[in-house]
Each structure stands twice: as C-alpha cells, then as structure tokens.
Design a protein around this ligand. Structure first.
Ligand SMILES: *Cc1c(COP(=O)(O)O)cnc(C)c1O
Length: 428
C-alpha cells in the first residue's frame, strides 16, 4: 500500500502540532513509520488520504461500537446542529440521556456529564476524596485513567509505598497521594490499606483492564477489592470508560455482578463526540456542587451535539436485545480464528478476551498484569502491525492496546482478517 499523501500530511502536521498529533499513541512511536491520515469512515472501514481502504479494529479507541457514521447518530447530530450548538444553559436532552444511562446501569442514581474520560476520572477521585475526607487513592500499574496529574504516577522504587511522577510536570506533592498496586494482586492492595490506615479515599480500577492489552480480572479479584473497600470505608471506583456500554448494557457491574461506589464513563457514551460522565448513588452524587461542597464544572459539559450523539448511541444499544451477544459471537469467532492460524504457524502467543475486547500478545505466559503484559515481544508486534496494515487491516499501533470489535464487522471481514493474520505470521 502507498502512504504518500499521509506522509506528506504528517510532515505538515509536525511543523505546527507537537509530534504531528493531538494524542501521543497516534504517532506510531511504538511501531515505527508514519501515521495514516483518515479521510472518512463508514461501518467497519476506514478510508485514508491515499485512497486505501482499511478494516478498522480501533474504532476511535472504542466509541464506534456500532461502526463508523452509524446513521441514527449522524442524523441526531445534524438535526440538533440546526438548533444551535451550545448554550451554557440546561437542555431537556441532558435529562433524557441521564435517565437512559441510569436505567441501563445498575446501582447509580445520578450522573454528571463532562467532556472526556480524563475529566470523568479526575472528577470521580475529587468527589471520593471530598466524600471520605481522605487524600490517598490506590491505582493499579498498567491501568489508564486519563492524563490528569494524579494518574500519571509510576510505582516507587524498593520499599517506598507511595508513587513517583512518571511525567515531568507532575509534582511530588501530587504523586505522594497516589499509591500503586499490581493488577490481579489483592495482597498488594491489602498491604497498602495496612500501611495507610484511614487515609485511603478510594481504589480506582479498570474492572476489565484494556490499556495494557485486554487483561481480565482473575476470579475473586474484583470481589476482593469490593470487600477491602467496604472493610476500610473507602470507595470503589470502576473506571468503565472503556468497558461501559460495551461489555454489557450495565458494564462490568452487570457482567460480574459487583457494585462499585462511583462509575466513570467515556468513549461509547458519547457516540463518537467528546463525552465523559461519572455516576453514583444519591448519597455520593449529592456531594457535588451546586448542592454539595465538591466543585466540578464545565462550559461545554452536556453540550447538545454531544448529548444528541450519546443519547442516540445509548438508544441504539438499549433497543437491540441481541447486540452484546452478537459482539460476543463475532469476537469469539475472531479469537478462535487467531488461535487456529497462530498455532498452525507455530507462533508463540497469548490471546486475552472479554466480550468485544481482545488482544494478542507475543508471549507464551498468561498476561495478567502490567509486568506480564510487558514481557511480550515488541519486535514481533511491530512486524505483525505493519504486516496487517499492508493487508488492509488496521489495529492499534501499540502492543499495549485492546482491539475494539464493532458490530459493523461482517463474518467476511473477520475471515479476511484471520487470513491476513495467517499470511503475516507465516515466517514469525
Ligand atoms: C480512554 C480511557 C480514559 C481516558 O479517556 P479520554 O476520553 O481519552 O480522556 C480513561 N480511562 C480508561 C479506562 C480509558 O480507556
């Protein structure tokens, strides 16, 4: 395939945008080469600036669960745009999407809309800290909760129990309030509760991790977190920015029947427009301004175009009784195909999957946390990525990303993809 125009557009972009991109992972740093510039997309396919057609397994990193330019969503946005695009005043639309989201997700009474997943998670921990009157939070290595300061923290070295900044610009003062634990390791969590008695406001967790590849919670892990939080009067925050409205109507709370105290949303909930949200039971949500003391605000929060897109997306999901089963079936079919061809080609691999989230790791050992995710062979991944791209299959340009399966994918697309994987991994 040719990428002349994309290469030129990237060169132009680099002159005026840092690294040529508005979000780092788009820059192909993990795999080499230059990013593809998209011209348009429809259903399961991307069309780039050079005229290439690609089967898309990123789908805007999750939101396009029903495929690109899903007609009801496009119609909702265009109709709404005629009525004015922002007011900074309440609209009925906001109540409608709030009511629908609350009816779909268990265990939440109220929801607040923001503009991104980052904002949702950032606001959720502020709310948790305000509610519990404690400062510290626990997060897991390899889980991503957006780019706000409290989350850009790495595990401290040696015996230090608190985190250290993993980006310049994040202060030590902020870092000391974020404690790092290992995913799927309850002992690492209970040790932090032991060492920080009555200081921990909340645990924030991706209940099915998706930002180190797809890493499912082991049996008992989420139940254990729930118990530890209840025992220590801390709140359990499920960051369902990726999993919400994807793994089930009610997200992971429904899938594994576990109650979180605060739930964060993003991605699917905006139908492809910039939306995030966080939700909880009344007792917690009433702690927010203007009725409570915890401040949180946004000029464009609840923006009518974004709410129209999100409402249309949630309606499409809510009205389709088979959607999550279809996604499960398609992704299971893809998984079986990948396992078959990689085994036949004698490739060393691990495949992880929950519902329509799936990832391929070039390592034989189970991938259960950040450390095991890092063991994968990156050189193989690079070859895999560029090989698939050449065949017209677009997966995320990083070994640490989940593939997002969309309902727009046909079984022919899946067969095409499995065949491409067979071809690409022939002499791995
Ligand atoms: C994408 C993501 C975020 C951040 O959302 P943005 O909209 O990119 O700010 C937070 N948490 C999880 C689990 C995510 O996957």
């Amino acid at each position: 395939m040719l990428y002349q125009r994309s290469s030129q557009l990237f060169a132009d972009a680099e002159k005026v945008i840092p690294g040529g991109v508005n979000s780092p992972v788009r820059a192909f740093k993990g795999v080499g080469g230059t990013p593809i510039f998209v011209k348009s997309a429809k259903g399961a396919y991307l069309y780039d600036e050079d005229g290439n057609k690609l089967i898309d397994y990123i789908n805007s990193w999750g939101p396009m669960i029903l495929g690109h330019a899903h007609q009801p969503v496009v119609d909702a946005i265009t109709e709404r745009a005629q009525l004015g695009t922002s007011f900074g005043m309440p609209t009925e639309l906001e109540t409608k999407i709030a009511e629908l989201a609350i009816s779909m997700v268990p265990n939440i009474d109220k929801i607040r809309f923001v503009n991104s997943g980052t904002e949702a998670c950032m606001s959720a921990i502020r709310l948790a800290r305000g509610f519990t009157k404690r400062d510290k939070i626990i997060k897991f290595s390899g889980c991503y909760h957006g780019h706000s300061d409290s989350f850009l923290i790495a595990a401290g070295s040696g015996l230090s129990t608190f985190g250290v900044p993993n980006s310049p610009g994040v202060t030590q003062g902020t870092a000391k309030d974020t404690l790092l634990a290992n995913y799927n390791d309850l002992e690492s969590v209970s040790a932090l509760f032991e060492a920080n008695k009555n200081e921990i406001a909340a645990i924030i967790v991706e209940p099915v991790a998706g930002n180190m590849g797809c890493v499912p919670p082991l049996n008992g892990f989420l139940e254990g977190l729930r118990q530890l939080c209840s025992d220590n009067n801390a709140l359990l925050i499920f960051d369902e920015v990726m999993t919400g409205f994807r793994l089930a109507k009610g997200g992971v709370q429904e899938l594994y029947n576990i109650k979180a105290d605060i739930v964060c949303f993003g991605k699917v909930i905006g139908g492809g427009l910039p939306v995030g949200a966080f939700a909880a039971r009344n007792e917690i949500m009433n702690y927010l301004a203007p009725i409570g003391p915890v401040y949180q605000a946004g000029t464009l929060s609840g923006n009518p175009l974004a709410m129209a897109a999100g409402l249309s997306m949630l309606q499409s999901l809510n009205n389709d009784a088979e959607i999550f089963q279809r996604l499960e079936d398609k992704t299971a079919y893809l998984e079986a195909g990948i396992r078959r061809v990689l085994t036949n080609n004698n490739v060393v691999f691990t495949v992880n999957r929950v519902g329509s989230m799936i990832s391929v790791h070039f390592d034989a050992e189970p991938v259960i946390d950040f450390q095991t995710a890092k063991n994968g062979d990156n050189e193989s991944f690079k070859k895999f990525f560029h090989g698939l791209l050449n065949e017209g299959v677009y997966i995320a340009p990083s070994a640490y990303e989940t593939w997002f399966i969309t309902d727009a994918l046909s079984y022919e697309d899946l067969d095409f993809t499995i065949n491409a994987i067979k071809k690409v991994t022939k002499d791995f």
